[in-house]
Design a protein around this ligand. Structure first.
Ligand code: SF4
Length: 258
């Protein structure tokens, strides 16, 4: 089980982690994917085509777990029958042209859905109805955003607009903290979070993984103590409080004070 089980009750072994597109309009320093070697021949599938392949691809993703001493036969059988879809990973999902329809299709088929977006396309986000919406907020100001996320266009205002959509839906603001890059001005983060009205806030430490290792250094990974302290500084400046934590994933979950 991952921290999403702990925070939100998601059955992690029944969660399909997927992306409908590998394209992205940002070049975040902390991204684990390789935008240095982008695949140019991507074709957008229809929502029905994606749904039709989910079961087989999830089965492939589970290869090797069946004989593991850590996996019971019951849990393996459950994992083959997923109930949740996390739309994120490698690419910006709002660049997929059929995203609202894909989410609606997953919902009709009985899946609960998490959508994770970088917030650069509020017009698309406004039309999406996932169970829980995540918007990334990875800088306290526009200049830091340009330096850390390296957007292809100047989309800071678009991110602000996406944040403004969160107050009326089940939602989370995701802060990926990169030591030495965006771990300052907790009061500015607090102001934007407060204005968003999001249900939850996750402050999570950057992980030195994948292609991000070519852009950052291991020392840019904040310790869990640093992540927690930063979350507490944010909480002190707005109506949110620390609700839960998972030191192994270096993440803290905050919620609005009642
Ligand atoms: S927005 Fe997400 S997928 Fe795009 S570069 Fe940043 S971390 Fe990677």
């Amino acid at each position: 089980m991952c921290y999403k089980h702990q925070f939100y009750g998601i059955a992690s072994h029944r969660c399909v982690q997927m992306t409908p597109t590998l394209r992205c309009n940002q070049r975040c320093l902390f991204c684990w994917r390789s935008f240095e070697h982008e695949y140019p021949g991507e074709r957008d599938l229809l929502p029905e085509e994606i749904l039709a392949r989910v079961a087989a691809l999830q089965k492939r993703a589970l290869s090797g777990y069946k004989p593991s001493p850590y996996v019971t036969p019951e849990r393996f059988a459950e994992a083959l029958d997923p109930t949740h879809v996390a739309i994120s990973l490698s690419g910006e999902p709002t660049l997929y042209p059929h995203l609202p329809a894909l989410i609606d299709l997953f919902s009709r088929e009985g899946f609960s859905t998490f959508l994770v977006t970088n917030g650069t396309r509020p017009d698309v986000l406004a039309r999406c109805r996932p169970f829980q919406t995540y918007v990334s907020l990875t800088a306290p100001d526009a200049g830091t955003y340009r330096k850390v996320c390296r957007p292809l266009e100047d989309t800071w205002e678009a991110v602000q607009e996406s944040l403004s959509l969160l107050g009326t839906r089940r939602s989370a603001v995701r802060i990926t903290l990169v030591k030495g890059y965006n771990d300052f001005s907790p009061g500015s983060y607090a102001r934007m979070i407060q204005d968003s009205g999001a249900t939850f806030v996750e402050v999570k430490g950057y992980m030195f993984l994948g292609y991000s290792r070519k852009r950052l250094e291991r020392g840019n990974m904040p310790t869990f103590a640093h992540v927690k302290e930063f979350a507490e500084h944010i909480a002190a400046a707005c109506d949110y409080e620390v609700r839960d934590e998972n030191p192994a994933s270096r993440v803290v979950c905050m919620g609005r004070r009642q």
